[in-house]
Design a protein around this ligand. Structure first.
Ligand code: GDG
Length: 505
């Protein structure tokens, strides 16, 4: 039985688009085809939702040769895949609940590199997270070329794939696009499929118009016009929705209404909306009670979070927006302020190496390692290693650490939402204190129950860590309970249903 009821007046099918695929096909050493679920917060959330929809198809990027081979075995139609814990291709007339037809889009490698490794990350990601300083970016021939010969044609290829899916369904569909990789898709889909209802969810922050002036008009106007091909452009926060409209007003001279959050373009009304994304609380708690997680909790309790010793945790991709280096600097400063804590508190950092083929990300990983080495070296003589840095991708370990930590540090420079904060508060068992950057989307919902940090202020973050470690037990317990209550009330299903209900209006 499918759990999500689509409002009657919404067009069908739902055509989803995301860059990452919900499944990755590969060949193992013995020549066998393997399939495993795609990683990452967005794909995990969409995977569970997509299997709950009656009539859905999902367009995504082929991640390698084996994805392309699987697609080639299904000429002219999407690949029916059962998106279970062990995903597998099924027959097209399968009636299993978890089956979602997947359309893999394969673009030439050099084009994809320009689209992904030059324009989407870092250029758009850095602009939208305010990560450029006074002397960057440099937009030379390589970047212009990457835009016109990478971002534009890749967006066209994905738009055509989406449009073909809509046309195959008779020309009417609910198209749900995801993220900053695809700002040019909606406009092209609308031209081919004027009857489609098109929405796009942007998972990262939208900055004000001045930030977009880092790009020349030829790029920024094209991106904005592309996005305005949507009927709805959605964000995690009201601030992002408003800044999107202000960008349309200042950079394109369009008429916007900040009360109704709308903009007029070419005789149409485009709505900016906000829906804070959330998590699947039940399935996370189920994972938290699995053997894999329980074993890891035991291990952490024996080695890190036992007796008098408190555990500070962070779980992040090694992304400059996550502010990992300053977070460690703040921890080092706190230890200097409070030498009595040496040996009594440890900082576990579970970091997933991210986008290492992008030079800025490789440099950031080196900066993290250097900072950790500096701080740990200071305490060598005490046989105490304050920071336990693990470059690892291990979700059960992350969930075990959520459960066993005393403080969760989320000091992002800026973050669209930050699911780590939401996940930790629903599974923690030690009355943990959330140390949360005011610039995360999550702060709108959880700020009242957290110790707020200001991401560039290392001194303030050091004091905040100390405050979190020394908070009275009753206050910690009440804050954690209230924070978990917020997430239980607004879970991932509520996030999605709110969008459908609005679209139906
Ligand atoms: C973007 C936006 C927005 C953690 N360790 C492992 C692992 N994780 C999972 C977490 C969480 C996800 O990764 C990280 O999500 P975040 O929201 O914290 O951050 P981004 O990756 O930057 O996500 C963000 C989000 O999109 C959704 O809209 O909140 O603002 O930047 O779910 O549990 N997953 C696996 N192994 C690990 O070791 N597989």
């Amino acid at each position: 039985m499918k759990r999500i009821k689509m409002p009657e007046n919404l067009p069908r099918p739902v055509v989803l688009l995301s860059h990452r695929a919900p499944v990755a096909f590969r060949r193992s050493a013995d020549g066998k085809r393997t399939a495993r679920r795609g990683a990452g917060g967005l794909v995990t959330a969409l995977t569970d939702l997509s299997t709950q929809l009656e009539d859905v198809r999902w367009v995504c990027a082929a991640g390698g040769g084996e994805d392309v081979a699987v697609a080639a075995e299904h000429p002219g139609e999407p690949v029916p895949v059962a998106l279970t814990a062990q995903p597998r291709v099924v027959s097209r007339d399968s009636t299993e609940d978890s089956v979602v037809p997947l359309r893999f889009v394969d673009v030439p490698e050099d084009q994809h590199e320009r689209f992904y490794g030059v324009i989407s990350n870092p250029l758009l990601w850095f602009i939208q997270h305010g990560l450029y300083g006074a002397n960057s970016p440099d937009l030379g021939d390589a970047e212009h070329h990457a835009f016109s010969e990478g971002y534009v044609p890749v967006n066209e290829a994905f738009a055509d794939a989406v449009a073909e899916e809509v046309e195959a369904a008779g020309g009417s569909a609910l198209v749900m696009l995801h993220d900053y990789h695809f700002y040019l898709v909606a406009e092209r889909v609308r031209k081919r499929c004027p009857d489609a209802l098109i929405s796009q969810f942007i998972h990262i922050p939208w900055p004000g118009p001045d930030s977009w002036r880092l790009l020349p008009p030829s790029m920024r106007e094209r991106l904005l016009h592309g996005l305005l091909g949507n009927d709805v452009v959605a964000f995690h926060t009201e601030g992002s929705a408003r800044r999107f409209l202000l960008s349309a007003q200042e950079l394109l001279g369009l008429r916007v209404d900040l009360d109704t959050l709308t903009v007029e373009v070419d005789g149409r009304t485009v709505r900016a909306r906000y829906y804070p994304i959330s998590i699947d609380v039940a399935s996370l708690r189920e994972l938290a009670s699995s053997k894999a997680v329980v074993d890891r909790i035991e291990d952490l309790s024996q080695n890190l979070a036992h007796g008098e010793c408190q555990l500070i945790l962070r779980v992040d991709r090694t992304d400059p927006s996550k502010n990992i280096v300053r977070g460690f600097a703040a921890f080092g400063l706190m230890l200097e302020d409070h030498p009595e804590l040496a040996g009594k508190v440890r900082f576990l950092a579970l970091l997933q190496p991210s986008r290492l083929d992008v030079p800025e990300y490789a440099a950031y990983l080196s900066a993290i390692a250097a900072q950790v080495a500096r701080i740990n070296a200071r305490y060598d003589h005490l046989d105490y290693e304050p920071i336990d840095l693990r470059l690892i991708q291990d979700l059960p370990l992350a969930v075990a650490a959520y459960s066993a930590c005393d403080v969760l540090m989320v000091n992002a420079v800026v973050d669209g939402m930050n699911l780590v904060a939401k996940e930790a508060v629903v599974v923690n068992r030690r009355d943990a204190v959330l140390v949360l950057s005011e610039n995360t989307g999550a702060h709108q919902e959880l700020g009242d129950y957290a110790v707020t940090v200001y991401p560039y202020d290392i001194r303030q973050q050091a004091d905040a860590l100390y405050e979190a470690l020394t908070r009275p037990r009753e206050q910690r317990r009440a804050n954690l309970r209230d924070a978990a209550g917020v997430i239980e009330r607004n879970d991932i299903a509520a996030w999605f249903s709110a969008q459908l209900a609005d679209l139906a209006r």
